[in-house]
Design a protein around this ligand. Structure first.
Ligand code: AMP
Ligand code: MG
Length: 515
């Protein structure tokens, strides 16, 4: 059931909530947020409804009826929701930026779901006390990218905030040009960011810092209680440890699919290790460790190859923020050291899996040898900017179908060798790789590779085609892409074009922070 945003106190007593709301964050008190109402938009339309996610969460179909369109547009409130915007701070591009906060994301509350309690946010639902001169809106272009990429990441098995639905409005929004507004409803167990902790720490408000950390531990990261055994019972050291481990796992997964986030500021780092705040992100086309996807990132601070180190830098900021709680300098540094050993291990496992060489229990010497194989093929790819996604997919297919050793005359490998100019170098590598793999295991290994190396990723040009169509009022391409990206390892016959090399114009696309 719904009510107008301004009439939340005048609900009908018969109005039953569609979702089962709880208010654990709200109970922490208003030093953590400001209660407010979303700002209505004109003439909202559904641009996308994520039925698979709704079903996964066990939420009723009613949620996507026309009454709820008004709720997801910010024009009405779902009974039981308590809209607010949270306050956080952060480091942006390496500099302390002070207070930021939810400048355009309006938090509706926490709702029970089949996947545990979920927080719900409307991104682009109007100004808040943290808008800092911004208009509180998001444009259709960036909202489509966020909607699709959230679901693409989930399809790839990478932790992320999810996108429940997308509402478009003809209301004009000024960016470099005039565009139109949209609101993405996103869902996550928690939207807490490193920046939430930095905020209270920077203010010297250790009380609030502790309340927030205790909230995070009891509701979102209860494993910290067990992990504390490793840290002399220090549950806040355990919190940092759990976050560094989740972050290390996330970064390994990003690197392994060629994902660049683009704006890894500490306010865009999730405490739960989720991918959050999709802006100028990109799945790389041609492999280039120095690739910068954010047109506004002139120094390349957030280039693909730098992401793992930036994550460490960000964890260091979180560690500084938690220092008053951990209250043990040496222990804090020791926890942070964990990232330096965990990240390479996660990345090593992820890259070996791409080669079909899984087995987390493999001896160290085997891991080292395999890592040499990984490094060598990555260097080869970088030298020619070989298409990242296609290379791994074609290698997987070749492994599935081949029983013979690679050679220039064995055409079974040509789908791989055709991607590279320096064929002798690739063949030499393939010979080492296939010897290591052992040809007897090829077909089972290849099947695993096909579940590891996706056929479909959200390339910039694919998103761009969906955006251009949507800007003319046709939202169909969003569903088409969603359908492919939610199961990116499946073949999806008939959709080969979506898995092909990008067109020449893809190179010219400039994706900036503007959203
Ligand atoms: P981002 O670069 O998207 O992570 O945003 C950084 C900060 O700017 C966050 O506090 C956002 O809420 C805020 N922000 C970004 N765009 C807008 C906007 N159009 N209106 C208000 N606040 C915004
Ligand atoms: Mg952000």
């Amino acid at each position: 059931m719904l009510s107008a945003p301004s009439e939340t106190s005048a609900r009908s007593p018969q109005a039953l909530p569609v979702l089962d709301w709880t208010h654990r964050l709200t109970q922490l008190g208003t030093r953590f947020f400001t209660p407010l109402q979303p700002t209505p938009v004109a003439a909202p339309r559904w641009a996308a409804r994520n039925d698979p996610l709704r079903t996964e969460l066990g939420w009723p179909a009613e949620l996507f009826d026309d009454d709820h369109l008004q709720a997801f547009a910010g024009n009405a409130l779902m009974v039981g929701s308590q809209p607010l915007a949270t306050v956080y701070s952060g480091h942006q591009f390496g500099q302390w930026a002070g207070q930021l906060g939810d400048g355009r994301a309006i938090w509706l509350g926490e709702a029970a779901s089949a996947q545990g309690t979920q927080e719900i946010q409307l991104k682009g639902a109007g100004r808040t006390p943290y808008s800092r001169g911004g208009d509180g809106r998001a444009v259709l272009r960036s909202s489509i990218r966020e909607y699709l990429c959230s679901e693409a990441m989930h399809g790839l098995g990478i932790a992320t905030t999810r996108a429940l639905c997308l509402v478009a409005s003809p209301e004009p929004v000024r960016r470099e040009t005039m565009e139109s507004a949209a609101i993405v409803t996103r869902v996550a167990p928690s939207f807490l960011r490193f920046g939430h902790f930095e905020h209270f720490s920077a203010q010297g408000d250790t009380d609030s810092l502790r309340i927030l950390a205790d909230h995070a531990i009891s509701h979102h990261l209860p494993e910290c209680n067990e992990r504390a055994v490793l840290w002399q019972g220090n549950v806040y050291a355990a919190l940092l440890d759990v976050v560094q481990e989740r972050t290390a796992r996330l970064l390994a997964q990003w690197q392994a699919v060629g994902f660049c986030h683009g704006v890894m500021n500490t306010d865009n780092m999730s405490l739960l290790g989720l991918t959050i705040d999709y802006g100028p992100f990109q799945f790389m086309d041609g492999f280039d460790p120095g690739h910068i996807c954010n047109h506004s990132d002139h120094q390349g601070r957030y280039a693909y190859g730098r992401q793992p180190n930036v994550a460490y830098w960000n964890l260091y900021c979180l560690a500084q923020a938690l220092a008053p709680l951990i209250d043990d300098h040496d222990m804090t540094l020791q926890v942070l050291e964990g990232y330096k050993s965990q990240f390479p291990r996660f990345l090593g496992d992820a890259m070996r899996a791409k080669l079909g060489l899984s087995g987390a229990l493999a001896p160290e010497s085997e891991r080292e040898n395999d890592w040499t194989l990984v490094e060598d093929v990555m260097q080869l790819m970088a030298a020619e900017k070989v298409d990242f996604t296609l290379f791994w997919r074609q290698l997987s297919l070749a492994v599935v179908h081949q029983s013979q050793a690679p050679s220039l005359t064995n055409t079974g490998w040509s789908a791989v060798t055709d991607l590279v100019l320096d064929r002798p170098r690739l063949l030499e590598w393939l010979a080492r790789y296939t010897t290591r793999a052992g040809q007897a295991h090829f077909s089972s290994m290849g099947e695993v590779m096909l579940r590891t190396n996706p056929k479909f990723v959200l390339r910039n040009h694919l998103a761009e085609i969906a955006i251009r169509k949507a800007q003319t009022g046709d939202f169909s391409e969003i569903d088409t892409l969603h359908n492919l990206l939610k199961s990116p390892f499946d073949e999806h016959p008939g959709f080969e074009a979506y898995a092909a090399l990008p067109p020449d114009w893809a190179d010219q696309l400039e994706i900036s922070c503007s959203s």
